[in-house]
Design a protein around this ligand. Structure first.
Ligand code: UD1
Length: 430
């Protein structure tokens, strides 16, 4: 298993191009199952999560071609997906266990082919991650759902029916799944308490481009008028707000200055306001954001993770890394996932002073400096928090289990090296 070696203490300066968003690309790729015509997606990031999803979908019969293109001044992949010959309607355990977001096949396959079998994904490092909202919503749309031998078996012999659905939680995954399902349902579906993340707007734009009728974009009430079929379109994946936020903290924690090219400031208002309160300058430009922490004193600040536009849970670990070297104390409250402090013991091994209270709150008392250590994390964002701590720490940090980072950060070492980090991947046989 590969490792990442970092020699900390270098100030990072320069430009980083922000890639397409993993969490937007995953449902967009699955939306291509809704039509027999080709769907072309630009700005798809090269990440192992996308590779996993592509292998599941090509196993099902999706035709996939790709080529390299320049998109918004940086090189990226364009994929064309065509679902004109889907033969397999079962997502087996071996695929799903590697990537939970394979649940995005549920809505499209059930809507178009009236049947789907899907291995239950099971738990995950950051929490139990149930899919009850996805399943109960599909039942409200007329699907018959049975759980057998670890699989969800869903049937809708007469097709899905429009329904009035009120989500108990504003789930991102359920909103995407039910949106896709409703585009081909008979009649009108109304989703209340829908999630409002930018990735959902990106999905709505693709679906509308394919001929879907969706109203309420950007709000928590979505209305979808089912249509008979969807058609070909070309669409771009939005820039990754979590990647942009992560590199913003790389600038802050090394007291450097990084311009995040293509970052969308409007998607990062809470994190950027928090950075400003912590003493970092944030300059929002039309096609980039400059994060300047040169000669600044970083001050502790509290965060509370919440549904969008609240503070993103996917940036909690990275902000905590910054808080470890801030002046004074910071309170972190995690309201979305029940087990998302796994980076804490690792940060403490590097000299951080953090106390966890219950499973939702942590107090971080800033220390003068961190020191390098061998560390590992059990999820993607926590792993990046350890990279950040390594960039700021004195001496050498080895981050193990790099496969987590490869799931969500495209060209990580290349991007950090380009702004002056001393970072390298140590290849090791699995
Ligand atoms: C997505 C993101 C993930 C992010 C999360 C919250 C992807 C691939 N992943 O995950 O990075 O951390 O949004 O912003 O886009 N819940 C239920 N029942 C369900 C579904 C969800 O109780 O059927 C709960 C979850 O346990 C969690 C909350 O709802 O407490 C939010 O989960 P959800 O928004 O669904 O997260 P994901 O879509 O899995």
């Amino acid at each position: 298993m590969d490792k990442i070696k970092i020699i900390g203490g270098k100030q990072l300066n320069g430009k980083i191009y922000i890639s397409g968003a993993k969490n937007a690309a995953l449902p967009l790729v699955c939306a291509s199952l809704l039509s027999k015509e080709p769907v072309c997606l630009k700005n798809v990031p090269e990440l192992s999560d996308i590779t996993f999803l592509n292998s599941l979908l090509s196993y099902m019969g999706l035709k996939i071609t790709s080529n390299d293109e320049i998109f918004n001044h940086h090189s990226s992949k364009t994929y064309t997906y065509q679902a004109d010959d889907i033969k397999e309607l079962t997502a087996p355990y071996d695929f799903v266990r590697k990537m939970r977001a394979s649940y995005y096949v549920l809505g499209p396959l059930l809507a178009r082919f009236h049947h789907v079998e899907f291995s239950l994904p099971g738990g995950c490092a950051i929490g139990a991650r149930p899919i009850d909202i996805h399943l109960s919503s599909l039942e409200q749309m007329g699907a018959k759902i049975e759980i057998k031998n670890g699989y969800v078996i869903a049937d809708a012999p007469k097709g899905l029916q429009g329904a009035h659905i009120i989500f108990s939680k504003a789930s991102v995954g359920a909103t995407c799944n039910i949106l896709m399902a409703a585009t081909l349902a008979n009649g009108i579906t109304k989703i209340e308490n829908a999630a409002k993340e930018p990735e959902i707007e990106n999905l709505i734009d693709l679906l509308i481009g394919m001929g879907a009728k969706i109203f309420g974009r950007g709000t928590s009430i979505l209305t979808i008028e089912g249509v008979k079929e969807l058609h070909s379109t070309t669409h771009a994946v939005i820039e990754d707000r979590i990647e942009a936020g992560s590199y913003a903290i790389a600038a802050a924690i090394t007291k450097g200055r990084i311009e995040l090219i293509n970052a969308k400031a409007e998607h990062l208002q809470q994190p950027f306001r928090t950075l400003e309160k912590m003493g970092v300058e944030v300059l929002e430009k039309e096609n980039s954001v400059i994060i300047d922490a040169r000669n600044k004193t970083i001050i502790g600040e509290d965060i509370y993770t919440d549904y969008y536009p609240g503070f993103p849970t996917d940036l909690q670990a990275q902000f905590m890394a910054l808080m470890t070297i801030a002046e004074g104390a910071s309170l972190v409250t995690e309201s979305i996932w029940e087990n998302r402090f796994m980076h804490v013991p690792e940060l403490c091994r590097m000299g951080a002073n953090i106390n966890i209270h219950g499973h939702a709150s942590a107090i971080v008392r800033g220390v003068k400096k961190l020191s390098g250590a061998p560390v590992m994390a059990t999820d993607l964002r926590a792993s990046f928090a350890l990279v950040l701590a390594g960039l700021a720490a004195e001496g050498e940090t080895i981050v193990n289990r790099v496969y987590h980072l490869d799931r969500g950060y495209e060209k990580l070492e290349e991007k950090l090296k380009a702004v002056g980090a001393d970072i390298e991947r140590i290849k090791e046989p699995d």
